[in-house]
Structures are given as structure tokens and as C-alpha cells.
Design a protein around this ligand. Structure first.
Ligand SMILES: NC(=O)c1ccc[n+]([C@@H]2O[C@H](COP(=O)([O-])OP(=O)(O)OC[C@H]3O[C@@H](n4cnc5c(N)ncnc54)[C@H](OP(=O)(O)O)[C@@H]3O)[C@@H](O)[C@H]2O)c1
Length: 349
């Protein structure tokens, strides 16, 4: 039985849930997936770092009292990310610190240190994937390790792997997606009669929207996701500035009412299309979709992506685009993909 040693960088909602999953279902995962997982290091800004080559005591790490840190349990009060990532015994680094849309740091450095030291990486963090995806993928290849990031676009709903692996033999020319649950929820509630501010407040009360909802409402979050999908699936070779962005704050209740009379529904659509000359046009904009469009019926905080293929026409997948458990599953699915690749490589020797 293979056991992968993993290090968790950032111990917030997502990595904590992955640790809970391993603590609660470790044995079952072994028998279902054919490999075991052992956490050998955790670092977190508030909690500090804990390195245990023999395996971290997960119930202890998960149940620290209010102000306790790892320093009280044989760890360090410092995060020491570079040293922990480079020197720990992990095979795989799970990067789940905050998303920085400006330069992707410190996550870009976390990923780079891991790949340089021969460790595979899975991350749910859009920053390094959107802003440095090509460079980090090439660094992984040079070092013979993996860089996986399924959770960066639609959380546990496997859009990237679906399009890369299951569309073999098809030509993918374009995609359109509802890639932000908060803005979709707000538009739906405005359609039901709430005004913009009330709809945002409701989304905040339900935990969908951040205290500062701009990233969701003004399309910045979708812009990063479109950039990832365009570069990964359409080989666009574009940068953030090439993805046009417009959010939903300009959509009024009158726009929604008029659209409804015309058999249309407003959605915040992120899209990219390959042009006849090979270039790719990508953007995010509120769009009044006809009701028979594959994305028009996607309601609430659900996400969906519709892929335009040559032989099947549009293929649409919908599912959760956020959530701690769903996103922790994305990390697990990345590790499963790494394991499958390793098993496939061994079979060819
Ligand atoms: N939750 C979701 O539904 C979801 C869905 C898709 C993608 N994602 C992405 O997944 C990532 C993690 O999300 P999350 O919900 O787990 O966020 P979170 O709850 O805010 O957790 C992030 C953790 O990382 C820690 N951290 C920040 N900088 C660090 C550093 N330099 N070194 C070590 N730890 C550091 C934070 O510590 P402090 O709290 O002390 O700052 C926090 O504990 C984010 O990039 C997010 O955008 C999340």
C-alpha cells in the first residue's frame, strides 16, 4: 500500500477540512483509493508550524483551544514556510492560503519552493494558477513532479480534468460559464424583487459574499477563473489584462424585468473563444441569455461551465463552485489524479 506524506500550507477552511477527512475516513480512503495519506507538516499564519515526519496528531491539531498555537505542542510559533516546504518529508504540498489577485504571492513562492525541492503540489488557490500557471507547470515537468489545481476554478466540480481528459478526440473552441455563485445568487434575488444592496446583504448573511463583495460582484474572481480555463483548455497564452471585465453592479432591476419580458435572464458570464486566426478572446460580462441557453437555468450559488465542442456541440457541467468540503474534495481529487498518473507510468515500465 502506498502512503503519500502531505504538508498543509494554510490551515483554514479548506486544508482543515482535508485534515478532518483524513482523520475521519483514513482507513476507508485506503481501501477505496488504494493509497493512504499522512500529514507530516502544517503551517499557518496564526498557528505557526508543526513538522512531524512520523505523522501529525490530527485530532490534536484540529482541536487546539482558542489562543493555542503549535508552539505549545512541540512546533514553532513562526510559519517558516520556505524552510518547512523545502525540508519536510512530504511528497505532496497542499497549498490553501489566501488568493492574492495582484501577484499571487505568497502562494506562488510556496508552489515554487515545493516544485524545486521535488515535491508535487495541489492547490485551490487561483493566484498562482492564473498568474504563473505556465511557468509553474513547466517547473513541475522539469522536476518530474505534479502541479494540480482542479479546485481553483469550480471547487470540487471537476471542470478542468473533465475537459482535458474526457474530451479526447473533440476540438474545444470556446467555453462560457457561471463561475461565481455569489453574483449568480444576487442576480437571482434581484429577479425575485430585491434591490441590489438588499440582495448583497442577504448573500453576506448566508455566508456566500465576503464583507467586501467587490471580487465577486465586479467580476474580478471570474476574471481569474476565465484566465485559468482559457490558458489551460484553449492554450490561449494570455494574461489577466487580456480578459475584459465588467461586473453586475450596473445591472438594474429594470434590466432584469425587461429581459424577463423578452424571454431572457441576466447572468454574469465568463467566456473565451478561439478566433479563426488562432487568437483567443476572453472576458467577463453580464449577459441577458435566452431562457433555452444551457446556463440560463443555473440558479442560486451553483456554478456551471458550458464547453463548445466540434462533434458534440455544447457540453455543460454544473455543480458547487465553493464550500469547504467541496473544495477539500478538489485537493483529494488532485491527489487521486497524481496517484493514477504514477500507477499509469509504472504500468508502462
Ligand atoms: N472555501 C472555498 O469555498 C474555496 C473555493 C475555491 C477556492 N478556494 C481557495 O482556497 C484557498 C483557501 O481557502 P479557505 O477557504 O481555506 O481560506 P481561509 O479559511 O481564509 O484559510 C486560509 C488560511 O491560510 C492561512 N495563511 C494565510 N497566509 C499564510 C501564509 N503565508 N502561510 C501560512 N498560512 C497562511 C490563513 O491564516 P490567517 O487566518 O491567520 O490569515 C488561513 O488560516 C483560497 O485561496 C481560496 O480562494 C476556496
Amino acid at each position: 500500500m502506498t502512503t503519500y506524506d502531505i504538508a498543509l500550507i494554510g490551515f483554514g477552511g479548506v486544508n482543515r477540512t482535508l485534515a478532518e477527512l483524513i482523520a475521519a475516513r483514513g482507513e476507508a480512503l485506503n481501501s477505496e483509493l488504494g493509497f493512504g495519506l499522512r500529514v507530516v507538516a502544517i503551517t499557518d499564519l496564526r498557528l505557526g508550524s508543526l513538522v512531524r515526519p512520523e505523522g501529525v496528531d490530527l485530532p490534536l491539531a484540529l482541536n487546539l483551544a482558542g489562543s493555542e498555537t503549535f508552539a505549545e505542542h512541540g512546533g514553532s510559533a513562526d510559519t517558516n514556510n520556505e524552510s518547512v516546504i523545502r525540508t519536510c518529508t512530504a511528497d505532496i504540498i497542499c497549498e490553501a492560503t489566501f488568493t492574492n489577485p495582484d501577484d499571487g504571492e505568497p502562494a506562488v513562492s510556496h508552489v515554487r519552493w515545493a516544485l524545486e525541492s521535488g515535491k508535487s503540489v495541489c492547490t485551490t488557490n487561483k493566484g498562482p494558477v492564473a498568474l504563473r500557471g505556465a511557468e509553474l507547470t513547466s517547473l513541475a515537468e522539469q522536476n518530474g513532479v505534479h502541479f494540480e489545481f482542479e479546485g481553483a476554478v469550480m471547487s470540487g466540480t471537476p471542470v478542468i480534468r473533465l475537459a482535458k481528459k474526457m474530451f479526447a478526440g473533440l476540438k474545444l473552441n470556446a467555453f462560457e460559464g457561471i463561475l461565481n455563485g455569489t453574483s449568480n445568487y444576487v442576480l437571482g434575488r434581484m429577479e425575485a424583487g430585491l434591490d441590489f444592496e438588499a440582495a448583497i446583504q442577504e448573500a453576506q448573511a448566508l455566508g456566500y459574499a465576503e464583507a467586501n463583495p467587490a471580487a465577486d460582484i465586479e467580476g474580478y474572481d471570474v476574471q481569474l477563473k476565465v484566465l485559468i480555463l482559457a490558458n489551460e483548455l484553449l492554450e490561449a497564452g494570455i494574461e489577466l489584462k487580456d480578459v475584459q471585465r465588467k461586473g453586475i453592479s450596473t445591472v438594474t432591476r429594470e434590466d432584469l424585468r425587461k429581459a424577463s419580458q423578452e424571454g431572457r435572464r441576466w447572468k454574469l458570464v465568463g467566456s473565451a473563444r478561439r478566433n479563426p486566426d488562432g487568437t483567443v478572446t476572453a472576458g467577463v460580462a453580464p449577459t441577458a441569455l435566452p431562457l433555452d441557453h444551457g446556463l440560463a437555468g443555473i440558479s442560486g450559488a451553483t456554478n456551471a461551465a458550458s464547453f463548445d465542442t466540434d462533434l458534440l456541440g455544447p457540453v455543460t457541467v454544473s455543480g458547487p463552485g465553493a464550500g469547504r468540503v467541496e473544495t477539500a474534495y478538489a485537493l483529494l481529487s488532485d491527489i487521486i489524479a497524481m496517484h493514477a498518473a504514477k500507477a499509469g507510468a509504472a504500468a508502462h515500465v
